[in-house]
Design a protein around this ligand. Structure first.
Ligand SMILES: NC(=O)CC[C@H](N)C(=O)O
Length: 259
């Protein structure tokens, strides 16, 4: 199914609500035209709704190749894509690599999933023999594998506790240097088939193979992104206690599912 040209325009009325205070967060979705599969748009929507529940007004901005880069973004989020989609965005991404590195070092929260996670590393050698250079926020290299790693995944993260989700990738990612994994896999594969690491986490930038059900099923990750965005912009974050009982049921059911 083709993506709408501008997801924000399509759903804008619904997702931007006034909450009566003057605090707002701008969420930038990176490359929704080419990098947005397996429900990744749902992460953006979920993040926006969660920020609204914490009392913020939210604005979602799509960033596609050639657009003016939204330097005033408070949270950057990007999804997965096929190798071909990654190839399409590569030049634009590299043109913005220094800006993204600067924002990351400055503490801007970001969440990048699968295909964009791979491109936030140093390089991705595709199974077709192409080398895509990355942004170098993560000290990570990815190599295209012959086999796809597909299925439900459960992992334990120091920062977030248990994370549940779904992975679907052939790229195998290897971390080095100071880049630590986001979590240790207890069910599924994660970064590669050799170690139990999944994803990566440096500054406030999270890379992961968990797709569109990540933020709806793991609100602690949304809260982390919102908290760091709010502290960076306003110097404070006062969380609202949100009833997560339904989420807890969904998490328990996801964790119990077979691979
Ligand atoms: N789901 C994805 O984003 C896939 C990324 C990459 N093309 C891979 O298969 O490894």
């Amino acid at each position: 199914m083709s993506q709408p040209q501008n997801l924000t325009e399509e759903l804008g009325e619904e997702i931007i609500t006034q909450t009566g205070n003057n605090k707002s967060l701008k969420i930038v979705q990176l490359y929704p035209r080419d990098m947005n599969i397996y429900g990744d748009w749902g992460n953006t929507l979920s993040l926006s709704r969660r920020a609204q529940a914490h009392g913020f007004t939210t604005e979602i901005v799509d960033y596609n190749p050639g657009d003016e880069f939204p330097l005033d973004g408070d949270i950057f989020i990007g999804g997965g894509g096929q190798d071909s989609g990654q190839s399409v965005v590569q030049d634009d991404l590299l043109a913005n690599a220094e800006t993204l590195r600067m924002l990351a070092q400055d503490g801007t929260p970001m969440l990048v999933i699968c295909g964009l996670y791979q491109l936030f590393g140093k390089e991705f050698k595709t199974v077709g023999g192409e080398t895509l250079n990355g942004v170098r926020i993560f000290d990570a290299k990815t190599v295209g594998g012959e086999e796809r790693l597909i299925g439900n995944i459960v992992e334990e993260s120091e920062e977030f506790g248990t994370l549940v989700g779904f992975e679907n990738h052939s790229g195998l990612t290897y971390l080095s240097g100071d880049t630590k994994p986001l979590a240790r896999v207890t069910k599924g594969e994660g970064n590669n088939t050799e170690d139990d690491g999944e994803g990566a986490h440096v500054h406030h930038v999270i890379g992961t193979y968990l797709h569109g059900s990540l933020l709806p099923k793991n609100p602690a990750v949304s809260d982390y992104l919102i908290k760091h965005a709010a502290i960076k912009k306003y110097g404070e974050f006062t969380p609202v206690v949100i009833d997560d009982s339904l989420v807890e049921k969904a998490r328990a059911s996801a964790a119990a599912r077979p691979r």
